[in-house]
Design a protein around this ligand. Structure first.
Ligand SMILES: [Zn+2]
Length: 433
């Protein structure tokens, strides 16, 4: 009981809105903009949740001002991490197919709040939730922004845009149940798909997620090939852009990836079967690759491991699609990196456990990125790929989203798993430095 009470108190303490007092952070080593060299001994001046100034040396007081001091003078300080692909309303192993018909939207929202906190406590101060049912994620996004519950800033896609019977449609339930679960992201033909995109924006979507091809976890044997036609993809991308939204495609097989790139998509999620020709198309269009490597490491990167791992009870239709993947996510990401494709970090967390998000950095180093390149993917690059203003680097005017480690992740990337300090919008969520 006492433990529960303390946990609740901690939760409420976290949820204070950003205070207007000045906060000074002494940063021993500061990686303000990943991609640039770190500098030593700086003071960050923070007010109203934003960085207002970066000063040389350790200053303790501003003339005529009171300030709270946070001493990270022996720590490595950098921007909070960004994950462009999560699904906070559930997690594999939740028995989600059953819960979809037994649990309410309100229940999904509460569960998502728990996963959002885990994500924040892994150092991720901004995430994109790429596909969710009902109102749960919109409510959670707004509740976090208002300071009611702890969590990262969230960009919400709402329902994924999907064709009838496509990857993000409802599969394998009896017809009456499917009707109740119907998604307002289902559309067929360019005009209908314009309507579906507009509807998600009307519902509050910050970004448009599209299932351009089939996917692994939908319970259907229709494969991972292209599902939207070229003209549908063009209509979707044009409509999203006309409404000021980034548009990103879930895509596995090459023809679907290529079609989305040609249609003007801003990014491709997964991109499993992209080849060298597709990588060239990425570079020509300027689109970002969001490779989501870690889930397959978690699930098992060989058929043997997959059959015994956390996904061993997948329906046969899904298992058949999963078994094809193997080392492909790593091999594909390695090729993309070698060819100079722009890569931003996304994990598809919810497939892998929430809170494991930073393990994606380790995957990027494993395929040949330098630690600095990996850190860029999850900070400055993710902000640019997602069109997310005010995050991803530390500079005057940017959000005070900070993480700290006791040793440099540029020497050992695994330091990202050992955070000592987490701040989002000037609110301290962890300080064990
Ligand atoms: Zn996903």
């Amino acid at each position: 009981m006492m433990t529960l009470l303390l946990a609740l108190l901690a939760a409420f303490a976290f949820s204070r809105p950003a205070v207007s007092e000045t906060i000074l952070v002494h940063a021993g080593t500061l990686l303000a903009v990943p991609g640039n060299d770190p500098v030593s001994e700086r003071t960050l001046v923070i007010r109203d949740g934003k960085i207002v100034e970066i000063r040389d040396g350790f200053i303790s007081l501003l003339p005529g001002e009171e300030a709270a001091l946070i001493d990270l003078s022996d720590q490595f300080v950098m921007p909070g991490f960004i994950d462009l692909h999560v699904h906070l309303t559930g997690q594999s192993g939740d028995n989600s197919r059953n819960e979809r018909i037994t649990k309410s939207d309100a229940h999904a929202s509460l569960r998502a709040a728990m996963y959002a906190k885990r994500t924040l406590m892994a150092g991720f101060t901004t995430v994109r939730n790429l596909g969710s049912r009902g109102e749960a994620m919109f409510a959670l996004r707004d509740a976090i922004a208002a300071g009611h519950v702890p969590g990262p800033k969230i960009l919400v896609a709402g329902y994924s845009i999907t064709p009838t019977g496509g990857h993000a449609d409802v599969h394998g339930y009896r017809a009456e149940i499917s009707a109740v679960l119907a998604s307002s992201g289902v559309c067929d033909g360019p005009d209908d798909c314009r309507r579906a995109v507009r509807l998600q924006v009307k519902r509050g979507a910050d970004v448009i997620k599209v299932t351009a091809t089939g996917g692994v976890l939908s319970n259907t044997n229709s494969g991972t090939g292209q599902q939207f036609t070229d003209d549908e993809l063009r209509a979707i991308a044009e409509t999203a852009h006309a409404l000021g939204r980034k548009v990103t495609a879930h895509a596995h097989d090459k023809p679907g990836i290529d079609a989305a790139l040609r249609a003007g998509f801003d990014s491709i999620e997964h991109s499993m079967w992209a080849d060298a020709e597709t990588m060239t198309l990425f570079k020509e269009t300027g689109a970002w690759l969001i490779p989501t490597v870690y889930p397959i490491t978690y699930v098992g990167d060989t058929p043997e491991k997959m059959k015994q791992g956390p996904f061993r009870n997948l329906p046969p239709a899904s298992m058949e699609k999963l078994l094809r993947l193997g080392r492909q996510p790593r091999d594909m990401t390695k090729l993309a990196h070698q060819m100079g494709v722009r890569i931003a970090l996304g994990t598809d967390s919810g497939v892998s456990p929430h809170g494991h998000n930073a393990r994606e950095f380790l995957e990027y180093v494993a395929i040949g990125m330098t630690p600095m390149e990996a850190l860029m993917a999850g900070t400055v690059s993710a902000a640019e790929a997602g069109g997310i203003a005010g995050v991803g680097s530390i500079a005057p005017g940017m959000a005070a989203d900070l993480v700290a480690m006791s040793k440099s992740p540029l020497r050992d990337i695994e330091e990202v798993l050992r955070l000592t300090f987490i701040m989002r919008d000037g609110i301290v969520f962890k300080n064990e430095s």
